[in-house]
Design a protein around this ligand. Structure first.
Ligand code: ASC
Length: 130
């Protein structure tokens, strides 16, 4: 429906739901909050990499900033920077997938830290606290 912003907002919220459903348990596992299971971690890392390959900017089309989501209007005023930060996420997810495939726990922990950093960098500027 061209007259509704709902599909765009749903599209991007779906993307972030999949990101969180995969990065969340990876981070929990690296922290030791859940038991270490490399095969499970590898599956999550693969799905995280896969979803971050999608063109999320489709969901942030001009005019879709007005709504009830936590996306700050600053996104649409700084679209090049926002896009660069999304690329940082997909690059980090790719490196994390590689580390997961390698299986070295310290390398995985480093890659998780780097990936979390790309989440936070974007949230600081572009995600409303409430
Ligand atoms: C998560 C999560 C985030 C990021 C961020 C990383 O697991 O939900 O928003 O990691 O906390 O700093």
């Amino acid at each position: 429906r061209l007259d509704s912003k709902e599909p765009l907002q749903s599209y991007r919220q779906s993307y972030f739901a999949i990101v969180a459903m995969n990065f969340g348990p990876i981070a929990d596992m690296v922290k030791g909050d859940i038991p270490w299971d490399l095969e499970m971690l590898q599956g999550w890392a693969k799905d995280l990499e896969t979803v971050t390959e999608l063109n999320l900017l489709r969901g942030f089309a001009p005019g879709s900033e007005k709504g009830t989501t936590r996306a700050k209007p600053a996104i649409w005023d700084n679209m090049d920077d926002f896009e660069a930060k999304l690329t940082d996420l997909s690059d980090a997810a790719k490196a994390l997938d590689k580390a997961a495939e390698g299986g070295d726990r310290a390398a995985i922990a480093e890659a998780v830290k780097a990936t979390g950093g790309t989440c936070k960098a974007c949230h600081d500027d572009y995600k409303s606290k409430d």
